[in-house]
Design a protein around this ligand. Structure first.
Ligand SMILES: [Fe+2]
Ligand SMILES: [Fe+2]
Length: 172
């Protein structure tokens, strides 16, 4: 029997939040040399992502559902992306936040539509993180300076890779 949609969505979101935790951890690590003015904000985002990951982990545990096979891949991908963009400095960090979170928000909206009233528990879990992801996105967008070098290169790359990881996670 195939995995119910609600379970699959909780799994992929749990893995994605693990990616987000590692992304911000890596950016915090290197931002002390490249963008120390952003470190407090990145720590604030990390606190949120830890909460999101725990939320999805708890819901999966309550259902007796194992974590996604993409979990470690997401973690490694998030770490690599965070390290690379953290080294490139403030405009790269801001562009990454904005790009990742905009894809995340788009998916959360789609997931909420798909779940509707069929899985109120999963719908509730997804809904709970929307406001904080929006906050991350808006901070990233506002910190992105127009005309800066990295955003134009990073935005499409980060958007496509984030969407690819979600696509893959839903099929693993
Ligand atoms: Fe999150
Ligand atoms: Fe986020």
């Amino acid at each position: 029997m195939s995995t119910p949609l609600g379970d699959r969505i909780l799994k992929v979101d749990h893995a994605g939040e693990h990616g987000a935790v590692n992304l911000y951890r890596a950016q915090i690590l290197v931002s002390r040399w490249t963008a120390s003015q952003m470190t407090p904000l990145l720590r604030h985002f990390l606190d949120h992502e830890l909460g999101h990951r725990a939320l999805f982990r708890d819901r999966l545990q309550a259902r007796g559902v194992r974590r996604c096979r993409s979990y470690l891949l997401c973690g490694a991908g998030g770490w690599m992306l965070g390290l690379l963009t953290g080294l490139l400095g403030p405009s790269a960090i801001a562009a990454t936040t904005c790009a990742v979170e905009s894809v995340v928000l788009q998916h959360l909206m789609e997931q909420r539509q798909q779940l509707g009233s069929t899985d109120p528990d999963a719908f509730d879990a997804v809904s709970r993180i929307v406001a904080e992801e929006q906050e991350h996105h808006d901070h990233g967008r506002d910190a992105m300076r127009s005309g800066a070098f990295w955003p134009s290169i990073l935005t499409p790359v980060v958007r496509v890779s984030t969407a690819a990881v979600i696509w893959l996670g839903m099929r693993l």
